[in-house]
Write a protein of this length. Structure first.
Lengths: 157, 191, 571
């Protein structure tokens, strides 16, 4: 039984005969930590674009390092790359097809009045210290303003 | 209970069957987390006022947890290395160290959440906090599941049995780490 | 059975040959893929009885408003909603999925690829147990105070999110929990199917030698895995909305109920193809065997299946044309929706091409397979009307939609199942079903089903909305003519349900009393027919596992004496 596993293991060339030294993994970990500190320090510069790059750019770099060196995806069979990539692609598909409706509050012939109210009320109330349960100000206000209006006000039809 | 189907021992793709299953599991997890995170991101961009709510998250707690998880990933991969060298005892100990990392992560999380709930930032406070607790909560459940699996795997690994499982549970743990790598900037850094 | 045990005992199958499994081990907590498959099948049949009963109850209310329905009583408006909702969810999640994918997938995949079991027998058993739990939770949701969930199987918020609106605070959460458990069961099962088919094929079995059924079930499982994630995430969010009072889908708090519709249909539309593909796989198998002819265009069928599967991820918003999505998105989704008819129509053409020049045998499985193509064609063609966003504005939420998707789902979930059940019954239970009863059941099903749904196309086109409890309250869309059509549909449904007893009788009577089946009664090539009927534990002798030499559809090869050529025969 165990033999069969090893046979399968050797088959795809990663395993027993090539074990990385401990220092290899510690180095990767060190690099991850350095990147992590950059991502924490990034926002302190206070430039939005820099924050976005240090936060999400570095997250992607870190993620790819974990995938490559810790999960050993680099020596995995190609089919695994394919189906993980498909999975990721569907995640992006979902985002980009849904965002035009949910992220925007206004489009061709439609307006999401309730959401626009929530943004206005939230920005007005929550400036600086929207702390004490910002939701209630952000929540109740548009409720009676918008009245019975549907979330999406239809355009022509 | 020693029954092993012949099917389990075959490998037409050249990938260990159990490992193939773990990769498929992760592929399905990607879409689950993808659903939550995509929903969160589109709300976050559509609602500039959430930046105010997000400013109340505590970056320090998030940062400590990131360090804990990154380090536990290191011990998980070292456990895999020990398993490759057929050192079951070492692998089991390293796995338990990883479990310790998971436990520390959950402790920090509970201290953090207690403080936030006491300040009135509950799951119903507003959209941001709903997503904050839901996304981190689903991730936390994965941490707990990973810890249980690693304790189970370490018990057989200590007896030098089923050593290939050390790598499998490690891959899962790295994925849990990966999700946190994205949750950290999404919930704590971007303000 | 005696033959089976002989083989099992003879080879002393690894670990299990040593002791005879007890009743509990064999039938209640089996590890054997065949018994798990049968568990799924019987559970699915029981759930189908519930689903059919629900349909009967609310159709009676629609045809004869206000009467006391025999067997149910007077249907109140809340009960009406719960009946419609649970009819839909039961038939899709608890009948089509477990029977088409889980039951036949479990039974057929290891046999067809020449393996002795699934790669993870214990996970397989766990998958069934989680599924059974989901059935129990769903059953509880019907009897809790307030009654079953009535927000439609799509469960749109705010109706589903707020107990004050749905009036079933407990029922809706239990329904949602049951659905989530069911997804978990199929994720576990699906991973098992895919890994088994990828890794455990018999030596010599290349990708092009894999029977179409296995391909289809695997593609369906992959699609399910890739699409269900957002809905699992959405189910958690909706559950929090219901029970904790969060506002993920609450427009009053600036969120967007349309997000749920996207989360749901991102899964919901691929789901249609998830259940469709296994059914087309069964049909491919049956058509080629009963036409005694090689499957026309094996690779093209495979590509059309993959193409359909991939395209099905790009069409979901056609369910939301009138839900307030951006009209520019509606244009894109109209195009993709119309595009998807190309691969699936191509697949149907290839099936018809397989029939051309074959020596066709009209036995019961073949009748069902041909019935599938015929009925599904109507479902597909009427889908074009609804996929075009302009026409959909008129047709949306009318009975036209109901008739359309029943013309797709009925062939998939029932005709496909009957085809597969009658075809593989000899292999499952080692006995033959009665041919005459099979034909009576076929005609008794296929005629009434058209008389149920063709009238509904007409009432839908006349403007009848699909979620109305009593049309007498809406005199402008309800004329006596339309009411007659409603009565025709309901009476046909009752006739259809009556004819199902023929099937149930045939099924259970043949299970014990039918004539003994030979190993290969249909003279088919695929590996499951090379094992004894019913296959013993381990399916094939462990020291003589099948080796594959050729593709699965080599029928009527010139120069051979037999008109079939089993995959594992060297020459």
């Amino acid at each position: 039984m165990a033999d069969a596993h090893h046979a399968a293991h050797d088959d795809h060339g990663h395993g027993e005969h090539h074990v990385h030294p401990q220092s290899h993994y510690v180095k990767v970990w060190g690099a991850l930590m350095v990147l992590f500190f950059i991502s924490v320090l990034g926002p302190m510069i206070g430039i939005k674009i820099v924050t976005l790059i240090t936060a999400f750019g570095i997250a992607i770099v870190k993620a790819s390092m974990v995938v490559k060196y810790f999960m050993h995806l680099d020596v995995e069979k190609r089919i695994v790359h394919y189906f993980l990539a498909i999975s990721l692609a569907f995640m992006f598909l979902f985002f980009f097809a849904v965002a035009p409706d949910v992220m925007n509050h206004e489009g061709r012939n439609w307006k999401n009045v309730a959401a626009q109210h929530a943004v206005e009320a939230g920005l007005a109330a929550g400036d600086g210290h929207g702390g004490h349960g910002g939701g209630h100000e952000g929540g109740e206000a548009p409720a009676h303003e918008a009245g019975e209006a549907p979330a999406h006000e239809g355009g022509e039809h | 209970m020693a029954f092993k189907p012949i099917a389990t021992t075959r490998s037409a793709t050249g990938i260990l069957t159990a490992k193939l299953a773990v990769w498929w599991l992760l592929a399905s997890e990607v879409v689950i987390f993808g659903g939550v995170l995509a929903s969160y991101i589109m709300h976050r961009i559509g609602h500039p006022e959430w930046a105010n709510y997000a400013s109340h998250t505590n970056t320090m707690f998030g940062a400590i947890n990131t360090m804990i998880l990154l380090t536990s990933s290191l011990s998980a991969v070292l456990a895999h290395r020990a398993a490759e060298l057929k050192d079951g005892k070492q692998a089991a100990n390293l796995l338990l160290a990883t479990v310790g990392g998971g436990a520390a992560f959950l402790c920090v999380k509970s201290i953090e959440w207690t403080g936030e709930i006491n300040h009135g930032f509950t799951i119903t406070a507003n959209g941001f906090w709903s997503f904050y607790y839901t996304a981190a909560g689903i991730h936390g459940l994965h941490v707990i599941a990973g810890m249980i699996l690693m304790i189970w795997v370490s018990m057989s690994a200590r007896k030098n049995e089923e050593l290939h499982r050390v790598e499998l549970v490690g891959i899962y743990w790295h994925f849990v780490d990966l999700v946190w790598i994205f949750l950290f900037p999404l919930l704590y850094i971007a303000k | 059975m005696s033959e089976a045990h002989q083989i099992d005992g003879h080879h002393g199958h690894d670990a299990h040959g040593h002791h005879e499994p007890t009743f509990l081990e064999k039938y209640i907590f089996p590890l054997d893929h065949k018994y798990i498959g049968m568990q799924y099948m019987l559970t699915g049949m029981v759930m189908a009885l519930f689903g059919g009963f629900f349909a009967y109850s609310f159709r009676m209310q629609l045809a004869f408003p206000g009467i006391s329905v025999p067997g149910f009583g007077i249907v109140s408006p809340t009960e009406y909603n719960a009946l419609v909702t649970n009819h839909g969810s039961v038939m899709i999640f608890w009948v089509a999925m477990p029977v088409l994918i889980a039951a036949f997938g479990n039974f057929l995949i290891p046999l067809m690829i020449g393996a002795d079991d699934m790669v993870f027998p214990k996970l397989n058993r766990l998958s069934y147990q989680v599924f059974l739990l989901s059935c129990i939770v769903l059953g509880i949701s019907w009897i809790v105070p307030g009654g079953g969930f009535g927000g439609a199987w799509t469960s749109y918020p705010p109706l589903s999110a707020n107990g004050d609106y749905s009036m079933t605070p407990l029922g809706s959460s239990l329904w949602l929990t049951a659905v989530a458990l069911e997804f978990a069961a199929f994720l576990i099962g699906g991973i098992n199917f895919i890994t088994t088919a990828m890794n455990s094929r018999a030596p010599g079995m290349k990708a092009k030698d894999v029977p179409m059924t296995v391909w289809m079930i695997c593609i369906a499982s992959i699609m399910f895995m890739a699409s269900v994630g957002p809905l699992i995430a959405g189910a958690i969010m909706l559950l929090f909305d219901q029970q904790l009072g969060t506002g993920f889908f609450d427009w009053k708090r600036g969120s967007d109920p349309v997000l749920w519709q996207h989360l749901f249909w991102f899964f919901g539309h691929p789901e249609v193809y998830v259940v469709l593909l296994p059914a087309t796989g069964f049909v491919a198998e049956i058509i080629t065997v009963f036409a005694r002819k090689k499957l026309f265009g094996y690779q093209t069928i495979l590509y059309t299946a993959i193409g359909t599967g991939a395209l099905s991820f790009f069409v979901w918003a056609h369910h939301q044309f009138v839900a307030g999505i951006d009209p520019r998105m509606a244009n894109i989704f109209t195009i993709t929706t119309v595009l998807i008819s190309i691969p699936i129509a191509e697949m149907m053409f290839l099936y018809i091409a397989t029939l051309y020049g074959g020596s066709i045998r009209f036995q019961t499985p073949m009748l069902w397979a041909l019935g599938f193509i015929f009925e599904f064609l109507i479902g597909g063609v009427t889908g074009i009307f609804l996929g075009a966003s302009g026409a959909d504005i008129y047709f949306h939420d009318t009975y036209f939609v109901v008739a359309h998707f029943h013309y797709t789902f009925f062939p998939i979930a029932f005709i496909g199942t009957f085809a597969a059940a009658t075809y593989w019954f000899p292999k499952m239970f080692g006995r033959m079903m009665n041919e005459t009863l099979g034909r009576i059941h076929f005609w008794g099903t296929i005629i009434p089903v058209n008389f149920i749904f063709i009238p509904l196309f007409i009432t839908g086109a006349a403007g009848q909305h699909r979620r109305i409890y009593n049309y007498n309250h809406f005199p402008d869309v309800s004329t006596p003519d339309l009411q007659t059509l409603n009565i025709v549909a309901t009476v046909s449904l009752v006739i259809l349900l009556c004819f199902q007893t023929v099937f149930l009788f045939n099924f259970f009577w043949s299970m014990w009393r039918g004539p003994k089946a030979p190993a290969n009664p249909w003279k088919a090539n695929t590996l499951e027919w090379q094992a004894p009927s019913p296959p013993p534990h381990g399916n094939f002798p462990p020291d003589n596992m099948p080796v594959v030499y050729r593709g699965p559809y080599e029928y009527s090869v010139p120069g051979r004496e037999d008109d079939y050529w089993p995959q594992n025969q060297p020459n």
